[in-house]
Write a protein that binds this ligand. Structure first.
Ligand code: ADP
Ligand code: MG
Length: 504
């Protein structure tokens, strides 16, 4: 069952010269739709292609070219909205956002200002076992990406690459519900996880397929609660927007340094000016980029080349019926069905592929033992092996399950299981067969263990006397028997026998 009882984390507080300050953060995340072609053209979206090779006439804004909406991209936006439990707007519309930039040949970006395709949703941001913040999503709209200007290839010229021009983005806008740098990073992480589960965006931040504009303001303790009650923004401080962040670490650093800059300004009797800023990681500072434009500066108007976008409830329902189990539901099911800790369940559900692998291993077996083996042995081994992905694991879920079955049945000891795992990892093969072929079965035959123990006792009278005085030394005998049997003796039986023979 989905258990949504959680504690809300405290907001980040920064002590200023005039008292405490709290942080208020809202994020606009641009997520590239995982689509092979662009939002309004059939040109490819393949990353790393030869510059200007993925450009249709409409992307280059050739006169008379008309945009044609890509149904697949619309479907991905709807799917994302459903994944964020959001309202889907059956009627939305595209607007032109006019501005000049060399990498925007149209002279405008097609976006959705007044009627976005997705309305209010929410994201539960995990901040540790049982601690989470519910962040409201205000809207998701579809828009075109711009191209790329390259200024550092030639001392005298700038270049423009239009491969990215017209690629579909989903802009996911949060309410200002995020209360600290760690929460902001966790929000991006959770959103990325959900998008990857849904398959609507690959979440590749290095390639810029997911990037965030981070809005930051500061207020006094108590003010945020007043805003929450009234939804009146005048209780909040003036915000600045830090553009185009694509690293979780830099997002956190930028928020912290920007909040401190604003606090210093206010405490100095000056005003925070609403503007767009850039974060410079080398200097760890934000710098003014341009003063904040208002919607009217862009002279938004409905794009006359595109009809309003009308979709049917039946189609939305069809998409809803194909949604996968999402991270929150999967995590709580793993906790209740397999008895996993919050931490283990989080690790195993971080990626859908990890979760599927674990489930295949755990099915019909001891869930906790399976979790231990997947997290500690398998993930650890993959990491050492060039940081391999679970999808490239040389040990299949079936094989790992086989090893766990052998441990549970008492056929092999935990120690031998590790050797067996290494053999399966490097050489492959059926675990049960390997155990048979190489005589790795645990010795549970009391007679054989007794013989080995008797020999050790006979050969070490001094140790026997010492152990009788100090029972802790019994462990030495257990160790000797394990050694004599090549680690194959059942440790529980060895222990019992040692205790009995030494009269402890
Ligand atoms: P604009 O249209 O000017 O970009 P929006 O209302 O769309 O403004 O808000 C943009 C983002 O700024 C949203 O994510 C919102 O949550 C956030 N935001 C709004 N007010 C504040 C504030 N006072 N402090 C921090 N973030 C804010
Ligand atoms: Mg905005």
């Amino acid at each position: 069952m989905l258990d949504l009882t959680y504690e809300t984390p405290a907001p980040k507080v920064i002590a200023g010269a005039t008292g405490d300050w709290e942080l208020v953060i809202g994020l606009e995340v641009h997520a590239q739709v995982a689509s092979n072609s662009k939002l309004f053209s059939g040109a490819s979206t393949l990353f790393g292609s030869e510059p200007n090779s993925n450009v249709a006439f409409v992307d280059a804004a050739m006169p008379g070219m008309l945009p044609v909406i890509n149904e697949f991209c619309v479907e991905q936006a709807v799917r994302t909205g459903l994944g964020l439990k959001a309202e889907i707007n059956l009627r939305s519309a595209f607007d032109r956002k006019n501005y000049f930039y060399p990498d925007l040949p149209q002279g405008y970006q097609i976006s959705q200002l007044y009627h976005p395709i997705v309305g209010e949703g929410e994201i539960l941001v995990d901040m540790g076992p049982g601690v989470a913040r519910l962040v409201r999503v205000e809207r998701i709209h579809l828009e075109q990406d711009a191209g790329k200007s390259i200024h550092d290839m030639d001392p005298h010229m700038s270049f423009v690459d239009l491969n990215r021009t017209g690629v579909a983005l989903m802009e996911i806008v949060s309410r200002p519900d995020i209360r600290g740098p760690e929460e902001a990073a966790a929000y991006v992480g959770k959103l990325r996880q959900i998008l990857r589960y849904l398959g609507t965006c690959d979440g590749n931040m290095q390639n810029g397929n997911m990037r965030a504009d981070v809005n930051v303001s500061v207020c006094r303790p108590g003010d945020y609660e007043k805003y929450q009650e009234s939804q009146d923004f005048s209780h909040l401080g003036t915000r600045c927007e830090i553009k185009n962040m694509n690293s979780m670490r830099f997002i956190q650093m930028a928020i912290e340094v920007e909040a401190r800059r604003q606090i210093a300004l206010i405490e100095d009797g000056k005003d925070v000016v609403q503007e767009t800023r850039l974060y410079d990681p080398d200097k760890n500072e934000t710098r003014s980029m341009r003063s904040k434009e208002e919607a009217h500066d862009y002279r938004y108007f409905p794009d006359p080349d595109l009809l309003p976008l009308e979709i049917e409830q039946g189609w939305v329902d069809d998409i809803a019926s194909t949604l996968p189990e999402l991270p929150d539901a999967k995590k709580s099911r793993f906790m209740s069905d397999f008895g996993l800790s919050d931490y283990d369940a989080s690790v195993l559900t971080a990626e859908a592929e990890n979760a599927a692998y674990f489930e295949a291993v755990a099915e019909g077996r001891d869930g906790k033992l399976a979790a231990n083996w997947v997290i500690n042995e398998l993930f650890g081994r993959l990491k050492k092996d060039d940081d391999k992905d679970i999808t490239d694991s040389p040990v299949s879920a079936d094989q790992l399950g086989g090893i766990i079955t052998l441990i549970k049945s008492g056929d092999i000891s935990g120690k031998i299981a590790k050797d067996l795992f290494e053999i399966v990892y490097t050489e492959g093969g059926d675990p049960a067969q390997i155990v048979d072929d190489r005589g790795m079965k645990q010795v549970t035959d009391t007679g054989a263990i007794e013989t080995a123990l008797d020999e050790i006792i006979a050969g070490n009278p001094a140790q026997v006397e010492k152990a009788k005085v100090n029972p802790k030394l019994a462990g030495w005998f257990v160790g000797q028997v394990m050694k004599a049997t090549g680690g194959k003796a059942n440790p529980a039986i060895v222990n019992q026998l040692v205790q009995a023979k030494l009269g402890l």
